[in-house]
Design a protein around this ligand. Structure first.
Ligand SMILES: [Zn+2]
Length: 367
């Protein structure tokens, strides 16, 4: 019985793979990076240094430290030099050069993911190489589709060529609002370390994480990578066959929205940042082996970052079997602001003495 269920599910999951993978992360191998919203203080993780509108001098000039304080217009994703960098959005290359400040720079002109009439520019900086996976150089005028490798990260001032103005290995990723024929936006050095009280940076750029994370699909396509979902009330679990599976007991569930299972050498952040106004639905593809009733979604927001019954959305999977569907969340009065966490309860109870796991195939927050 167990094997029949598993192989049947795998066939179903193979069919849906690729569907709904609207965006990818700039650094594909990275489990995740943390979200901030318009420089909102204390919503990010300093360990991850993906701060948007952070002061680069640690607040010495502005006497304000952390997110929302400064004029850094992108996110710095701390990764080892040589990490493959992919473009999350399709577009046309408008710059590919070694720049004294930006280092290895690639700029891609793309459509705003929600507003196709609006143009944005993705900026990738401090790349130590600007070439596709096949070794061909990235050139101005090239068209690239989402997911294409456009280079390798760099930024180490001694070990990487064309590191630019960088003190360590990282990818600087930025999304400019279209500004006609000007180059990538960066505040003048005199302004850089000042507070951004007048929202200069917000006027010229988008927070890349908030813009892209809503459409990201957690697909569990890599063995042993549960994409930082935390599991509760489980007896055993694993990631294989394009699914996260969990054999649970009473009230098994998975969730994201905290900082658990992290360690100094294992950088992670299990919270995310999605604009509720734009992303109003949750897509689930799961196979429930448990007796299922009381299936629910819980969510947290930046305004109410705790789990509570007041922020739940029921959904209705079959008693035992597959549920694949889009659950509309926009009706919920508390689905507002920035959604920071999600919990998937597939059933109230499994049979502790049986192997009756739930398989999670894909989870996404969508428009
Ligand atoms: Zn940066």
């Amino acid at each position: 019985m167990k094997k029949v269920v598993a192989s049947g599910l795998m066939i179903l999951l193979v069919v849906v793979l690729g569907y709904g993978q609207n965006y990818i992360k700039p650094v594909a191998a990275m489990p995740d990076y943390n979200g901030t919203y318009e420089g909102r203080p204390n919503t990010g993780s300093a360990r991850f240094t993906t701060l948007y509108r952070d002061n680069q001098d640690n607040g010495r000039t502005s006497s304000c430290r952390g997110e929302g304080c400064g004029r850094h217009p992108g996110v710095d994703i701390a990764v080892s030099s040589g990490t493959s960098v992919r473009t999350p959005l399709s577009g046309q290359v408008t710059a590919s050069r070694c720049d004294s400040g930006w280092g290895g720079l690639v700029v891609i002109r793309s459509q705003h993911p929600e507003r196709p009439w609006e143009t944005v520019r993705q900026v990738f900086a401090h790349l130590r190489s600007r070439s596709y996976a096949n070794g061909v150089a990235v050139r101005v005028g090239d068209y690239v589709s989402a997911g294409t490798t456009i280079g390798q990260s760099g930024g180490h001032p001694k070990l990487d060529s064309c590191a630019g103005n960088s003190t360590g290995s990282h990818l600087h990723y930025q999304i400019d609002k279209d500004d006609a024929n000007q180059g990538p936006y960066f505040p003048s050095s005199g302004q850089l370390h000042h507070r951004d009280d007048n929202f200069l940076v917000t006027a010229r750029t988008y927070n890349p994480i908030v813009l892209l994370q809503g459409g990201y699909t957690w697909a569990f396509s890599q063995n042993n990578n549960r994409e930082l979902w935390d599991l509760f009330n489980w007896q055993s679990w694993g990631v294989s066959g394009d699914a996260l599976w969990m054999d649970g007991g009473h009230d098994p569930h998975i969730r994201r929205g905290g900082l658990t299972h992290c360690a100094v050498r294992w950088m992670c952040s299990s919270s995310f940042a999605v604009e509720a106004d734009t992303y109003k639905s949750v897509y689930l593809d799961l196979y429930n082996g448990c007796s299922a009733y009381n299936a629910k979604l819980y969510f947290t927001t930046s305004a109410e970052p705790y789990w509570s019954e007041s922020k739940t959305i029921p959904y209705f999977p079959p008693a035992i079997g597959q549920f694949r569907g889009t659950i509309y969340a926009g009706w919920h009065p508390k689905w507002t602001g920035i959604i920071t966490g999600l919990r998937v309860d597939p059933s109230e109870s499994c049979s502790p003495w049986n192997f009756d796991p739930t398989y999670f195939g894909e989870i996404a927050i969508r428009r």
